[in-house]
Design a protein around this ligand. Structure first.
Ligand code: ATP
Length: 235
């Protein structure tokens, strides 16, 4: 198991946003976390990434503990996180945003190898290297945010709603990129509202409701669950 989350609880001002969440991700999987607005999906990712401090539970990655570590050390262990709001540097160029993703690597070769991978995945970024991040389209900004995360050479990539606010044509590109990233050897934990599309590319899925896991299993099984079909797939 690459990632093992056990009994994780995180609260804001005393109110629990996730409660006793347990979740596993094996190397090479795409695992989806689904759930309605406010179910706690972002809080779960932030708690794993070290941006929120869980009040209870453990996070293990490749055998070592992540909970309690600051975010930059979690990144250094091989966990990259793309937040919902992307947090790009809007006034910096595409090239500089990508460079900032590779600050962990000391040698030039180590910094440049992932760049070639990012360009292969998102050729659009290569065409726009001098352009300021703020002037990219929503889809291009998402590509840049994912690209920057890949510059840290993660073993696990966590994406928070990468399809949000993106035109339909680019949504397909983002989902295809997620598959390509996994095929290149990076494990993916994906939070998504577009459940049908994400289940189509996922190995397994977890459904959160008011901070708890109410259902989990192979993607096909979750897709066929009557409650999921009714509540999330509108069938
Ligand atoms: P969405 O799909 O709308 O992004 P989500 O499933 O990601 O929702 P979270 O953002 O994790 O849900 O929020 C879970 C709960 O925690 C919500 O009730 C939310 O209002 C609350 N919450 C999230 N962040 C904070 C914060 N910084 N301070 C206080 N409450 C918060």
């Amino acid at each position: 198991m690459l990632l093992e989350v056990d009994g994780l609880s995180t609260a804001y001002q005393g109110l629990l946003a996730i409660q006793g969440v347990s979740l596993d991700v094996s190397e090479g999987e795409i695992v989806v976390v689904a759930g309605a607005n406010g179910a706690g999906k972002s809080t779960l990712l932030k708690s794993i990434a070290g941006l929120e401090r869980p009040r209870d539970g453990t996070v293990r990655f490749d055998g070592g503990r992540l909970d309690g570590l600051p975010g930059h050390l979690i990144t250094a262990r091989g966990v990259a996180y793309v937040p919902e709001n992307k947090r790009l540097f809007p006034r910096l160029s595409v090239a500089d945003n990508l460079r900032l993703g590779s600050y962990l690597h000391r040698s030039r070769a180590d910094r440049e190898a992932p760049l070639e991978r990012v360009f292969a995945l998102f050729p659009r970024l290569k065409e726009r290297l001098p352009q300021r991040a703020a002037t990219l389209s929503g889809g291009e900004q998402q590509m840049l945010a994912i690209g920057r995360a890949l510059m840290t050479r993660p073993r696990l990539l966590m994406l928070d709603e990468p399809s949000q606010g993106i035109m339909p044509k680019l949504v397909d590109e983002i989902f295809a990129a997620v598959v390509a990233i996994r095929d290149a050897g990076v494990t993916v934990l994906l939070v998504e509202q577009r459940l049908a599309e994400s289940l189509a590319i996922a190995d397994r899925a977890y459904v959160l409701q008011t901070g708890r896991v109410i259902l989990s299993g192979p993607a096909a099984q979750v897709r066929d669950d009557p409650e999921v079909r009714r509540a999330y797939l509108g069938i």
